[in-house]
Structures are given as C-alpha cells and as structure tokens.
Design a protein around this ligand. Structure first.
Ligand SMILES: Cc1cc2nc3c(=O)[nH]c(=O)nc-3n(C[C@H](O)[C@H](O)[C@H](O)COP(=O)(O)OP(=O)(O)OC[C@H]3O[C@@H](n4cnc5c(N)ncnc54)[C@H](O)[C@@H]3O)c2cc1C
Length: 437
C-alpha cells in the first residue's frame, strides 16, 4: 500500500509517472507555512508541460489559487491568482473585446505556468513571449517572503523567474496586459507547400502576418521532404466579417467536448496510422490556397477540442521534442532533422514549425531565440532514446536548444541554459536530472 499522502502524478506526456506528495492551499499564510516546512518543492499549474518540469519530492499545486483580483476594462489590464487557467481568463475578457497577447497551443494552462515557461505562440516573430505583457507578479521565495516583482521592483527576481521553470519560488498572482479585438474570428489563409523550400519561402513571405504556423508531414522524404500546410492569420475586424458573423462578432463557442475515455492500446498508433493521419490531413484541403474566417478556438486551440487526447499514445506515454535552430541555419538544420526522423520510421503524429523573432535579452531564461522551432510528438518506445540522441546531436551542431517545458530526456548541454535560479528549496526532477547527468 502506498502512503495516503502520496499520489500518482504525471504531466501531459504521461512520461515519467511518479508517486509524490502533492498539496494545494489557498491562503498566503498556509502556503508560507508549507514552504517553511518542506524542502525540494516545485510549483505545479495544470500539468500541461510534457515532461518532468513540474515534478519534485513535494509538489505544490496552484489549483486553489483560482481567483480573479481585478479587471481594468478601460486599459485592458487583468490581475489574478496564478492558478487561474487561460481558458478562464478568455471567458472573462473576450466578451469585453480583449484577447491574450500571447497564447500557446492550449488554453488549459495556468497564468503561473505561462510565466514560469514564458510561453510563446504563433506570433513570437511579431509580438514576443508572454512575459512582454506581464506588468508584475507576487513571488513567494525560498525564505518564505512574498516579493512583488516587476521590471523596477525586485527586477533580478522578476527576470530570473520568467522562464525560470518554478525554480525561483511560487508565483502567487500576476498582473498583465491584454490585446484589443473587434471579433472572435481570425482571417486565415491556409497554403499548401510541396516541400521544405516552399515552406521556408512561405515563412519569409508571411513575416508581416501576426500569426503563422506550419503543420509538417514528417514522414515524407526526398522531393516531398517538408510537405506541409502553412496557416497564417490576423484577428478579423468587424467590418471584414461576412454579414452573418457581424451580427455577433464577439461570439464565444461553447459546447460539450468529446473525450478520449481510456488509454489506447499500444498497437493503435503505429507508423501506418501516423502515415494515414498525415495523408488525410494534407489532402483534406483540396485547393493550394484557402482563405476563410475561423473562430479563434479552431485557430489557436485545435487540439483542445478533444479532452484527454494524450491518451491516444497509450499508457507508456509520449514525449514532445521541441527545439529551436538559429535562423540563418534554419532550413539546413530542419532538413537534417526531418531526414533523420523519416529514416528512423518513428513518425510524429504532430509536427509543428514556427518562426521565432529576436529574443528579449533581459528575459535570459526564456527558451526562444531568433530562428525556427519545430515541435514533434513521439510515442515512448524502445527506439525513442536513440532517435532523441540523434536529434540532439543535430540541434547541438546547429547551435540550437531544447524547450524545458517539453523536455524529459534530452542532452543536458541543450537544456542547462537557466541562470540565477539555484536554491536549496525549489528543485524539480528535471533540474536534478539535468545537473546529475
Ligand atoms: C497541447 C499543448 C500545446 C502547447 N503549446 C505550446 C505552445 O504553443 N507554446 C508554448 O510555449 N508552450 C506550449 N505548451 C506547453 C505549456 O504551455 C507549458 O508547459 C505551460 O508552462 C504549462 O502550464 P501549466 O499551468 O500546465 O504548468 P505546469 O505544466 O504544471 O508547469 C510548467 C512549469 O511552470 C512552473 N510553474 C507552474 N505554475 C507555477 C507557479 N505558480 N509559480 C512558479 N512556477 C510555476 C512549473 O514548476 C513548471 O516548471 C503546450 C502544451 C500542450 C499540452
């Protein structure tokens, strides 16, 4: 029998799985007491990182820090506790004509998780990371003190905590700026690219678009290597919308979400099914180019439509491998990466390519650097470690690095870029793994 204070905890990749103590409190006094009485603590938001970043001996869940503090409708500034989900923020702000400046590919993450990973979206080349819009946050540090951190006050802690992966303390609440929108629709163009040359050309041509992203069929080889679909978009103004959509331009989409009710057996997702999925995805768009208006839910959060979709990878779980390669070597690096994957036969269901703009040198712990970033999902199996080692070698050769929020097995030299976060109180399994290797 396991002791009743321990529970099974895992993040979105269902790998690794650990038995650890997890606690949640909703008052500052109790959280301070918890921090004073425990060692090896890490904060956990909604567990949407893929690997072992929010796992430790003692996990502090911010689930109960779920209250809104203020909403300045005139100036578009919101303040809330750190466990509030971006999906909850959207429910409040969108009907008032606001949106998040930066959102990742899921809305089911917390505000604390967005700051600690300094998340990026499809607009990094144009609008940077989440931290660009953070005004201040309250941080509970290793001494049990609550510090207000901003670019002016406790600026050292502010910058170390941005992208600091929870290692500087527990973010209790945050205040950040919002973006004005006239409608909940995105003016989208989807363009098919036959190969890597075409998709890189499209990225060059699309830099003036606020949002752009490409889905890549990573099992294609030779002339078709890099076959993909680019999706670029802008928030639609009311007057641009078709008449019918103009009647309710800030319409929210609500409905019952289907769920994956159980872990798929191991044989369901194999090279053949991945190939088939990629083929269907590419040919579901019959024309070379499609222009339309789609709701932000489909544009930003297509994966959120199915709850628990991570179960399709089976009980052994999966990893997401996300790297960035500097811009000038981007195409060459991606070619080598895609060739290695195609040769390995270890297909990725989902491969997403994005462009990062210039990084903010002050936010030194943030993952993005100017270049191309590719995110790939791989089922955990006996061949995976070998593939990851090969991919790591390419990323290293091209001077790139790996996103800590996705990492669970990459080479430590590609993931040890965090600075000024060391202390004996806040420690994650991920940092221990990186430092002990
Ligand atoms: C489908 C999907 C798509 C995604 N797309 C993107 C994307 O496009 N861009 C991107 O950048 N990321 C993306 N991610 C990753 C995700 O946005 C980040 O991992 C995010 O940090 C998860 O937030 P969370 O609240 O679930 O935190 P967790 O996963 O629980 O924790 C993540 C990290 O934040 C720390 N942390 C959490 N809360 C706090 C707090 N209150 N104080 C201090 N530290 C804290 C944890 O210690 C940990 O290091 C995606 C994830 C999924 C599942």
């Amino acid at each position: 029998m396991k002791p009743d204070y321990k529970q099974t905890v895992t993040n979105w990749g269902n790998f690794p799985v650990v038995e650890k103590e997890m606690k949640s409190e909703d008052s500052s006094a109790k959280i301070i007491e918890y921090v004073r009485n425990h060692h090896e603590i890490i904060a956990r938001g909604n567990g949407r990182c893929y690997g072992d970043a929010s796992l430790s001996e003692n996990i502090f869940s911010t689930k109960r820090l779920n209250k809104f503090i203020s909403f300045d409708r005139l100036n578009g500034i919101i303040e809330c506790e750190s466990g509030v989900l971006l999906s909850d923020v959207l429910e409040v702000i969108v009907p008032q004509g606001y949106f998040l400046f930066v959102t990742p590919g899921t809305k089911f993450i917390t505000v604390g998780g967005a700051i600690a990973s300094d998340v990026h979206g499809k607009n990094h080349h144009a609008e940077g990371c989440f931290s660009e819009y953070v005004i201040e946050f309250n941080l509970l540090n290793e001494k049990g003190e609550i510090l207000t951190c901003s670019k002016i006050e406790n600026a050292d802690k502010y910058w170390a905590s941005i992208g600091g992966m929870g290692l500087t303390g527990i973010i209790l609440s945050a205040k950040f700026k919002l973006k004005n929108i006239e409608s909940t629709y995105i003016r989208q163009e989807s363009i098919k690219a036959e190969n890597l040359d075409e998709i890189f050309k499209l990225f060059d041509e699309s830099e003036s678009w606020t949002y752009n992203v490409a889905w890549i069929d990573c099992l294609q080889k030779d002339q078709k290597l890099g076959r993909s679909i680019m999706m670029r978009g802008e928030h639609a103004f009311k007057h641009e919308l078709p008449k019918k959509l103009q009647e309710n331009p800030l319409k929210m989409q609500k409905g019952i979400q289907p769920s994956i009710p159980f872990y798929f057996p191991n044989f369901v997702l194999n090279n053949l099914t991945v190939k088939l999925f990629n083929l269907l995805y590419y040919f579901k768009q019959s024309k070379k180019e499609v222009k339309n208006f789609i709701h932000y839910e489909q544009f930003f959060y297509p994966l959120d439509i199915v709850n628990d979709w991570n179960r399709i990878y089976g009980k052994k779980g999966f990893i997401q491998y996300q790297m960035v390669i500097p811009k000038e070597k981007g195409k060459e690096g991606m070619k080598k990466i895609l060739e290695t994957i195609a040769k390995s036969g270890n297909g990725s269901f989902l491969a997403v390519l994005k462009l990062f703009g210039k990084d903010n040198p002050e936010a030194y712990n943030s993952f993005p650097m100017e270049g191309y970033t590719l995110a790939l999902d791989f089922k955990v199996n006996s061949k995976l470690k070998k593939l990851v080692t090969q991919l790591d070698a390419i990323v290293e050769e091209f001077g790139g690095r790996i996103y800590l929020s996705k990492d669970s097995m990459s080479k430590p030299s590609l993931t040890n870029y965090l600075q000024n976060v060391q202390n004996s109180k806040f420690v994650s399994m991920q940092q221990k793994r990186i430092q002990n290797n």
